[in-house]
Ligand binder design. Structure first.
Ligand code: IFM
Length: 470
């Protein structure tokens, strides 16, 4: 087999026979159809329509128009050879105002999606919350409010009841760190609030929402159905021995603030800045037990490691070399000679291996899925009509080799979902940053599978990581 100069003769790095190969998307990033089918407004509609919030004023109103292209996109998906598709359900399609009555047309759209996947022998993996909170719930207080977690559990029960026949793997919340941090602490994402206390409260209520949703879904689903949660996890490295403590603190702030409650039912007090943790009066008696109730798997989104050094008073003057991080004691450093993606994230697959091994050490019995991994690139269609995204091929090959190495030493990794199926709405970056295996011309909605799509298809068929010789 070969893909444009890449010899893909398989090496010995094979994956288990039942390894779940998939691709991922999220509702607001691909669906479009914002005003169709009885869908209500979400915080991302409001945010993206607010001038200055999203690059070039892009919105998800149309996105990839996936809402109106269900059958052709399903065929395209099947042509990639994937065994699974991770998509998210837009809460405001199911409950246009975030509570109360169900919009049958919205539910029907996902029923057709799930049936279409099953017809093509593709397993659906549904995420309940990938950031599109119904606007009326934000108006009432959003995730900093406990009631939002309760509403989320009601929505989870509705969806489980409606789609439980076709979907057997579920993810409650995608990347609660990003929701709390970007949405409520820094405000670079919807709903755009910059309020540390609100972010800490959102952290708790996102976790509680997850736990309540697990309970509600288990009551509706059969015993074989699996429910998990997806975290964006990173490995934080230190530039020097002196910076190790701050690196550990930063890693704990993004990873352990979520992992600890889920795995052991406590917040990581001591190592994490107190302002990032929910104040004790928000935590009710049974909350931590609800949050730490067993899950069937953990979804891991991994893109890049982070390297941090100690901040010194000259850093403000050296902003070209270092990025001032939001931690008062640290700067983020891009190592010399380290390649990075179009969004500036360093490319280093060893971080994925380290992370998987670390997670397995913490929770050896918890199956893991890589629910997102991929890279943004400056892709374009060349005069011959091809998108030769060789950097992405290398990225995928190296990260999958790292995943395979982790499996070889005993990590219980069950599947890998490339982010993303299609180029799509990259939140505050709009449509400039392309993550897809399939190129989307947003003017015409024409889809062009990139070289990486061929590569991925061949890798799935071989069930192994190819050795690159060319
Ligand atoms: O596009 C996002 C996705 O929605 C969540 N995880 C990271 C991706 C790339 O930034």
């Amino acid at each position: 087999m070969s893909v444009d100069g890449f010899s893909t003769a398989t090496s010995r790095r094979r994956f288990p026979d039942d390894f779940l190969w998939g691709v991922a998307t999220a509702a607001y990033q691909v669906e479009g159809g914002a005003g169709q089918g009885g869908r209500g407004p979400s915080i991302w509609d409001t945010f993206s329509h607010t001038p200055g919030k999203v690059r070039r004023g892009d919105t998800g109103d149309i996105a990839c128009d996936a809402y109106n292209r269900l059958d052709s996109d399903l065929d395209l998906l099947a042509s990639l050879g994937v065994r699974a598709y991770r998509f998210s359900i837009a809460w405001p399609r199911i409950q246009p105002v975030g509570s109360g009555s169900v919009n049958a047309e919205g539910l029907d759209y996902y029923k057709r999606l799930v049936a279409g996947l099953r017809e093509r022998d593709i397993e659906p993996l549904a995420t309940l919350y990938h950031w599109d909170l119904p606007q009326p719930l934000e108006d009432a207080g959003g995730w900093p409010l406990r009631e939002t977690a309760e509403r989320f559990a009601e929505y989870a029960a509705i969806v489980a009841r409606g789609l439980g026949d076709g979907v057997s793997r579920w993810i409650t919340v995608n990347e609660p760190f990003v929701v709390a941090n970007h949405g409520y602490r820094t405000g670079v994402h919807a709903p755009g609030r910059a309020d540390e206390a609100a972010a800490a409260a959102a952290t708790h209520h996102l976790l509680l929402g997850h736990g309540l949703a697990v309970q509600a879904m288990r009551a509706e689903l059969d015993a074989e159905s699996q429910v998990g949660v997806t975290l964006d996890l990173t490995v934080v490295r230190a530039t020097t021995d002196q910076a190790k403590a701050v690196a550990e603190e930063i890693e704990a702030e993004s990873n352990n603030v979520f992992l600890d409650p889920l795995l052991v039912g406590t917040y990581p007090a001591g190592i994490v800045r107190a302002s990032l943790l929910p104040s004790p009066e928000l935590i009710m008696d049974r909350d931590m037990a609800v949050i730490s109730a067993p899950i069937d798997f953990l979804g891991v989104n991994y893109y890049a490691p982070r390297t941090v050094g100690l901040r010194d008073e000259n850093d403000e003057l050296r902003r070209g070399e270092v990025r001032i991080s939001d931690h008062p004691g640290a700067v983020t450093v891009t190592g010399e000679g380290v390649a990075s993606t179009a969004v500036g994230w360093p490319i280093d697959a060893s971080g994925l291996y380290d992370l998987l091994v670390q997670l397995h050490g913490r929770a050896p019995d918890l199956p893991l899925y890589i629910t997102e991994n991929g890279m943004a690139a400056e892709d374009y269609v060349d005069p011959e009509g091809s998108v030769r995204d060789y950097e992405r091929i290398s990225y995928l090959r190296d990260h999958l080799a790292a995943a395979a190495r982790a499996i070889e030493i005993g990590v219980d990794l069950r599947g890998y979902f490339c982010w993303s199926f299609l180029d799509n709405f990259e939140w505050a970056e709009g449509y400039q940053k392309r993550f897809g295996l399939v190129y989307v011309d947003f003017g015409t909605q024409r889809r062009t599978p990139k070289a990486s799509a061929d590569f991925y298809r061949q890798m799935i068929a071989a069930n192994a990581v190819p050795a690159v010789t060319g």
